[in-house]
Design a protein around this ligand. Structure first.
Ligand code: NAD
Length: 449
């Protein structure tokens, strides 16, 4: 069964004329850049978010995401075809609705689709014939068809007949200066040809390249394949770090040299563990669904375990290095954690290994402070609510001199590493910031861990 030709033709024409009204559901790290990129491509866009404070900040032209150009949001607002709202009635006026809400892990570390379900229920309440609904959030293969579609069809309209339904996984890499929403190719998948065609036409007008795939489930699986690949390779390089260190070899030098091979190798770098909303989460969606179907993903599971253990290993290593050369015991040691974001140049602590390391060191009896230019104050996090409210210490030679060790957990660009190199007694570098980049070291000792 296909949708009526006139419904299809109407939306196709609106997409071509850049008159299709777009609503993004969710204005986070994914939804907001997407909304702005679509608007910058000529479409009228309304961003819908339940968080009224965020909506107000966006409508006031605040930058909201630190790596955005200063005036990006203000310019979009000034154009008169972009606004944010917390009023779900905006959905009824839309021609295209893109769902970009979180898909975290539950407390028992299983897929949590509750945000997607709620967003789908909101869309369903306003659904009208001829709309194109697209899920962008990371989900397990089959979720759009078996979880989202039945909710949308609850009012009697049918996907592929009365409205169009697609999946296009977000591939946003916050803070990446080389690739942005527009230049990252977009996977577009649907279970019927008309939905896929509309999806493809729409995104082709927004991003530089689209990659149509044969079904919703295939598009969902692409995202999980990409992130599982990263998970496994990060675990592999962290494992190699430990093994090569025992051989007296610097794994960072090895990876940089290996990366000169023009084929068959891709560099992954060691670190304090994995964080963010994607890499620690997506492989769980894949392995959970595989188990559900009687299949297994032992390599992914082992990689996850390895990555989950990384912060504990780093904390243990900190204790060993502190105690070396008649040093100090970790119990009672004063330690500065340098960077609490899960990666450089973003204000995001979701699943951040730095927080796990800090917590672990305090469990071992150390007294920890932190410095992070993106977090003057420690935010409330689900896994470490006990840390909320702490203040980032100001970096100076005097403050650095008070710590037995500085653990470099996040390699933000806007940190004065020369000062850290001069003032710190012991630097434990998990990111290779001090490795061969010419930063002078004062009286301290540097250990890459
Ligand atoms: N952050 C990344 O780097 C990244 C990259 C690729 C893919 N993804 C995926 O994209 C999806 C969104 O992630 P994010 O990082 O943008 O999340 P986020 O937490 O930054 O933002 C989500 C936003 O959605 C809003 N929201 C939640 N439920 C809502 C609802 N029912 N109606 C309206 N608004 C609602 C929240 O208030 C929040 O502002 C996830 O599935 C994630 O896995 C994230």
């Amino acid at each position: 069964m296909t949708a009526s030709f006139s419904m299809f033709a109407t939306l196709k024409d609106k997409i071509a004329a850049r008159e299709a009204r777009v609503v993004t559901v969710g204005l986070g790290y994914v939804g907001l850049p997407l909304a702005l990129t679509i608007n910058e491509s000529g479409y009228p866009v309304t961003g819908f978010d339940l968080n009224e404070a965020r909506v107000a900040a966006i409508n006031a032209g605040e930058r909201v995401i630190s790596y955005f150009p200063e005036r990006r949001i203000a310019d979009a607002l000034a154009g008169g075809r972009f606004a944010a709202t917390a009023d779900r009635k905006a959905l009824a006026a839309a021609d295209i609705i893109l769902i970009c809400v979180p898909t975290p892990l539950s407390a028992v570390r299983e897929p949590d689709l509750s945000y997607v379900v709620r967003a789908a229920e909101t869309v369903a309440a306003e659904l009208r014939p001829g709309q194109l609904i697209v899920l962008e959030s990371t989900v397990w293969p089959g979720a759009t068809a078996t979880v989202v579609k039945p909710i949308l069809e609850g009012g009697g309209l049918r996907a592929g007949t009365d409205f169009f339904l697609g999946f296009s996984p977000e591939r946003e890499d916050p803070g990446n200066a080389k690739f942005d929403t527009k230049s990252i190719p977009k996977i577009v998948g649907a279970d019927d040809a008309q939905s896929r065609d509309l999806l493809d036409r729409f995104y082709s007008n927004v991003v530089t390249r689209t990659v149509p795939v044969s079904s919703l489930a295939t598009a969902e699986a692409v995202k999980l394949a990409e992130n599982s690949f990263r998970t496994v390779n990060i675990a592999l390089v962290n494992e190699m770090k430990v093994a090569m260190e025992a051989m007296g070899v610097d794994v960072w030098e090895v990876v940089q040299a290996a990366a000169t091979k023009p084929f068959g190798y891709m560099p992954f770098y060691p670190g304090p563990g994995i964080g963010g909303d994607c890499i620690p989460v997506s492989p769980v969606y894949l392995s959970w669904r595989a188990r559900d179907l009687g299949s297994a993903t032992p390599i992914i599971d082992l990689a996850r375990l390895t990555n989950d253990d990384a912060p504990d290993l780093i904390a243990g290593r900190v204790a060993v290095e502190l105690a070396k050369d008649g040093g100090v015991a970790v119990k009672g040691a004063r330690i500065l954690i340098l960077g609490i974001a899960y990666k450089k140049n973003v204000e995001d602590t979701r699943e951040s290994p730095a927080l796990a390391i800090l917590n672990r060191l305090e469990e071992m009896g150390a007294a920890c402070d932190y410095h992070d230019p993106y977090f003057p104050q420690m935010p409330v996090t689900r896994d470490h609510p006990n840390l909320a409210g702490r203040q980032s210490v100001v970096l100076s030679e005097e403050t650095l001199a008070q710590y037995d060790a500085v653990v470099l957990t996040t390699d933000h660009t806007n940190v004065d590493y020369a000062l850290v190199g001069l003032g710190a007694r012991l630097i434990l570098d998990t990111r290779n910031v001090f490795g061969g980049n010419g930063v002078a070291l004062g009286r301290g000792r540097l250990v890459k861990i």
